[in-house]
Design a protein around this ligand. Structure first.
Ligand SMILES: *Cc1c(COP(=O)(O)O)cnc(C)c1O
Length: 301
């Protein structure tokens, strides 16, 4: 399948971060650069989509439909992956149709996605939305579900010496990616999810529901204190952190997920939450196209 070929071809790199704060804590930090998969299409979303698209084809569907916000990484990834796979796609977009489409939606359309706008009230009732379209294969918002987890497990296989890591850290929206990482990790590895939302208390249960029975006892930890005001919210401190990370490490991050995750890691390390000799793997889940929603000139990359 194309997504896999891409992963091989692009030779996703593992970036070692060198910084005083890491040296001081005697902690290692490597970053799996899934953002390198594609400039526009986000890293983890491809993995989550793979088995849904396969299932849709097996079941004889020619059209995929899914949900997302106007800057959704999932929407653009679905549009692109469907185009690659020769499937039609429909995106149900939250909110009224704007006079001018943003960059994400223009791109999604270019990849052949048909956009349908729903008011926020309508959008809340997913089942009613689904009734409006027949003979399409539905994928949950954010790719939440068992097939998403199955694909996310494969992220971990990109790292050769994965067993060398004591901790794996990943940003969370629906928790599907984290569930895949939990299942693919060794029993002794500690898995930490950084929630992109403010006070999403349901997240732990949401992840547990996704885990196959044999993994249901596996421990994981979700941190809820790094949302910077809420989902897709930011402040000057976050932006200046992103700028610093770019200048010092040549590492681009997105303001919704990966910048907050790396910020969390740095904060945890500088407050001695990790003992010396810990080896941390952060999954860079991509999402860079979302930065286009920031005012022009906010970021240098
Ligand atoms: C969607 C997304 C996530 C969250 O993934 P979930 O599987 O929904 O938890 C994290 N990072 C980026 C960049 C994303 O686009």
């Amino acid at each position: 399948m194309l997504i896999e070929n891409y992963a091989k071809e692009k030779n996703i790199t593992l970036q070692t971060i060198k910084a005083n704060w890491l040296e001081h804590a005697q902690v290692n930090l490597n970053i799996l650069r899934l953002d390198e998969l594609h400039k526009i299409v986000s890293g983890n979303k491809w993995f989550k989509l793979k088995y849904y698209l396969q299932d849709a084809k097996i079941k004889g569907f020619d059209t995929i439909a899914t949900f997302g916000g106007a800057y959704s990484n999932h929407i653009i990834a679905t549009a692109f992956a469907c185009e690659q796979e020769g499937l039609k796609s429909i995106g149900i977009i939250r909110g009224e149709k704007p006079e001018q489409l943003n960059s994400t939606l223009i791109k999604a359309q270019e990849y052949g996605m048909q956009l349908k706008f729903m008011s926020r009230a309508e959008y809340k009732n997913k089942e009613a939305c689904k009734q409006q379209l027949r003979n399409v294969y539905w994928i949950n918002e954010g790719g939440y579900g068992a097939f998403g987890v199955k694909g996310a497990c494969e992220i971990v296989t990109l790292v050769k010496d994965i067993n060398a890591y004591t901790h794996i850290v990943c940003a969370m929206g629906t928790g599907t990616t984290l569930a895949g990482i939990i299942q693919a990790s060794t029993p002794v590895q500690k898995i930490i999810g950084i929630s992109a939302m403010k006070g999403n208390a349901a997240l732990t249960q949401q992840v547990k529901q996704l885990l196959l029975p044999q993994y249901s006892d596996k421990q994981f930890c979700i941190l809820h204190d790094y949302h910077f005001g809420g989902y897709a919210k930011y402040n000057p401190e976050l932006i200046s952190f992103m700028n610093e990370v770019w200048h010092k490490h040549n590492l681009p991050t997105d303001f919704v997920y990966t910048a907050k995750t790396l910020y969390a890691i740095k904060h945890l390390i500088t407050t001695n939450a990790f003992t010396p000799c810990c080896k941390i793997l952060m999954i860079h889940t991509g999402g860079l196209q979302g930065n286009l929603s920031l005012p022009p000139g906010t970021l240098p990359f």
